[in-house]
Design a protein around this ligand. Structure first.
Ligand code: HEC
Length: 97
């Protein structure tokens, strides 16, 4: 029983260490790649996200969310995130190139 508990807690510690290994911006941003291209580099009509200025990115997302900027699909995507998450994603995308 004692040994089992140690194994159990060891496993939990390992799992949470792994969860923290992926930066949150990367985790959130991974859902955007299906349209914006792998690594944020689009091959089609959808704009690139890789290397986008962080301030520009945050403003664009806030504007999509509020409706100040119109778009075909982005209002629906932007609506699900907080300002803190825009910040984290903006940080992540600005560093991709
Ligand atoms: C279903 C496809 C799709 C998904 C998924 C998607 N986008 Fe978009 N995105 C677009 C399209 C299309 C545009 C062009 C504007 C429009 O039509 O809404 C756009 C525009 C943008 C822009 C403006 C770029 C610029 O240069 O001005 C940003 C920023 C952006 N998307 C971020 C994101 C983020 C962050 C996610 C993930 C949370 C995401 N998008 C998910 C299709 C998508």
């Amino acid at each position: 029983m004692y040994k089992m508990l140690i194994i159990l807690f060891g496993g939990v510690a390992l799992l949470s260490a792994n969860a923290h290994a992926v930066p949150r911006g990367e985790l959130l941003g991974s859902t955007c790649m299906s349209c914006h291209g792998p690594g944020g580099k689009s091959k089609g009509a959808v704009p690139n996200l890789a290397g986008l200025d962080k301030g520009y990115f945050i403003k664009a997302m806030q504007d999509f969310k509020s409706g100040a900027r119109s778009g075909s699909i982005m209002k629906r995507h932007a609506s699900g995130y907080t300002d803190a998450e825009f910040e984290q994603m903006g940080e992540y995308f600005s560093k991709l190139n």
